[in-house]
Design a protein around this ligand. Structure first.
Ligand code: ZN
Length: 79
């Protein structure tokens, strides 16, 4: 893992709520996803850091010359 952080320590299997909230203030994105759909797609061992990257796919701020400037986070995790 290039940049270990709190999100990479939390895995889908550690989070038990049926719905996961995702938002990016900078892009104006906000949504909720069912946990079981994420488990089906990525497996229960996926970290939230990995989920964040996938869910922010298409966010042009995610990869800039200065690095990751996307504000994507999971409000439900308090990040
Ligand atoms: Zn973003």
């Amino acid at each position: 893992m290039a940049r270990p952080g709190p999100l990479s320590d939390v895995r889908l299997k550690d989070y038990r709520e049926p719905v996961i909230e995702f938002s990016c203030r900078r892009c104006g994105r906000h949504g909720t996803i069912e946990r079981k759909l994420l488990v089906k797609a990525f497996g229960a061992g996926v970290s939230f850091a990995g989920l964040r990257r996938r869910m922010a796919m298409g966010c042009e701020r995610m990869q800039t010359p200065e690095g990751d400037k996307c504000g994507a986070h999971f409000p439900c995790l308090g990040t």
